[in-house]
Design a protein around this ligand. Structure first.
Ligand code: NAP
Length: 285
């Protein structure tokens, strides 16, 4: 029997950290894709202390830097022949307008574009695996905006909630496109809304003070990372049951009309391929 391989982004904090430490029991090899090696090492040691027989690898991957994403994918492709499950969990919420290395608005560039490129580059490996699974951690915030026309331009005005919502709506469209094109080839793809979870989201180095203050105020209303990780863990374990679904609290949830615009989805995918200079949707050998 072949070894089961999990790769996850954002395993160093909040929902991703709980997800990977819990799912470690289900996989033989766990690949931590993270931007901070020291934080990755802490999670690696935590997993190994509980499961000494597992193989845990850390690959540096800054999703706000497309060159770093390419380097990470190349490293992963050199080391491994397949990936059973890729969890696109990392995310950023920034109250201030920031640029990625490549000039995109930070949340759009990280939450959507970085993950799109990573998935594109690893797609062959995923399709070669037994489970053929991709889990996209999106957000119910997708409802707060439409995709608009200028996603790939650095915005002149900035509404953090709308910018976050746009990045998450894009991930929801990405899930639908993957499902439309590849479910017949056995791909199990689903998107998750974890709920409102008490994590480090929003506490970037630029707005940590405001982020902390908001969290202090709202914390009693938020659920724990353990509760927030419930849907991702459930879907990872029962992928076929959730093919093409949007999942909240461990149950399928209908995507509201804002998130189902066919033409917006097709345009978003087309513009993404142009921006990333890719000549097809997902790499295929
Ligand atoms: N918390 C909520 O209420 C909520 C609600 C809906 C959806 N979500 C989504 O859930 C996911 C997990 O977020 P969380 O709440 O657990 O937040 P978190 O505690 O801030 O964790 C975010 C993770 O993403 C990583 N990350 C951020 N920017 C990155 C980059 N440029 N490159 C690589 N990794 C990066 C972080 O790495 P570092 O440890 O190095 O910072 C961390 O591991 C996100 O996609 C978020 O949008 C959260």
């Amino acid at each position: 029997m072949s070894e089961k391989i999990l790769a996850i982004t954002g395993p160093t904090s909040g929902i991703g950290k709980y997800t990977v430490t819990e799912l470690a029991q289900d996989y033989d090899i766990i690949i931590l894709l993270c931007r901070n090696f020291a934080k990755g090492n802490t999670v690696k040691n935590q997993i190994l202390s509980e499961y000494p027989n597992k193989q845990v690898a850390i690959i540096k991957c800054d999703l706000s830097d497309l060159a770093s994403v390419m380097k990470a994918a190349t490293e992963l492709m050199t080391e491994y022949k397949y990936v059973d499950c890729l969890i696109n969990n990392a995310g950023v919420f920034s109250l201030t307008r920031q640029r990625t290395e490549d000039g995109y608005e930070l949340m759009f560039g990280t939450n959507y574009l970085g993950h799109f490129l990573l998935t594109h580059l690893l797609f062959d490996l995923i399709m070669k695996s037994a489970d053929k699974q991709i889990i996209i951690v999106s957000s119910g915030a997708y409802k707060f905006t439409s995709v608009g026309n200028r996603n790939f331009e650095y915005p002149l005005t900035y509404n953090p909630m709308k910018a976050y919502a746009r990045s998450k709506l894009a991930t929801l469209y990405f899930m639908q496109e993957l499902n439309e094109q590849f479910s017949k080839m056995g791909l199990n793809v689903a998107a998750i809304h974890p709920g409102a979870v008490s994590t480090n989201l929003g506490k970037t180095k630029y707005n940590k003070t405001i982020g902390d203050a908001i969290y202090k105020l709202l914390d009693p209303l938020f659920i724990s990372p353990k509760e927030g990780a419930l849907s991702t863990i459930k879907v990872a374990r029962e992928g076929r049951l959730y093919r093409g679904e949007y999942v909240y609290k461990g149950k399928r949830k209908a995507i509201e009309s804002y998130g189902l615009n066919y033409f917006d989805r097709k345009r978003m995918i087309r513009e993404t391929l142009e921006a990333l200079q890719l000549n097809q949707f997902m790499s295929r050998t």
